[in-house]
Structure formats: C-alpha cells, structure tokens
Design a protein. Structure first.
Length: 71
C-alpha cells in the first residue's frame, strides 16, 4: 500500500462506469476536496460519510478498500 488511495482510484477511472471501483474513481476525480494523499482508511471513510459532496455506499467502500490493500 505504498501509493495513496486516490492514486489507486485514478488507475480505475473510465468514461463508462463498469463497477463500484470505477464509480468511486469517477466521483473522487470530480471532488477537489477528496483527501488525495491519504493512505488511511478511517480518514477516507470519515470523509465519504460526512464531507463528500456525493453519496457512496460505505459497505461498497470497504470492498474497494480491500482491493486497494491487495495491490
């Protein structure tokens, strides 16, 4: 997990949302306040829950985070 979570997400951006990772990547890309340098689960989860200008299911976030850890 050497790269920030945002960097991991940006590898999954696509014009057409094919899965939850792509959806979150596209949403985060459009959010100028997303914690781009963070590698911390709690910080990003809290941001998504309380500050993000979009809705993303936190159970799905847990699954995306697991993919991040596996990379």
């Amino acid at each position: 997990m050497s790269m920030p979570f945002y960097t991991f997400l940006m590898k999954h951006r696509a014009p057409v949302e094919v899965d939850d990772v792509t959806r979150l990547a596209n949403l985060a890309f459009g959010d100028s306040l997303f914690p781009k340098q963070s590698r911390n689960f709690d910080e990003i989860s809290s941001y998504l829950e309380t500050q993000a200008p979009f809705y993303f299911n936190l159970t799905l976030f847990d699954e995306v985070w697991q993919l991040y850890l596996e990379n």
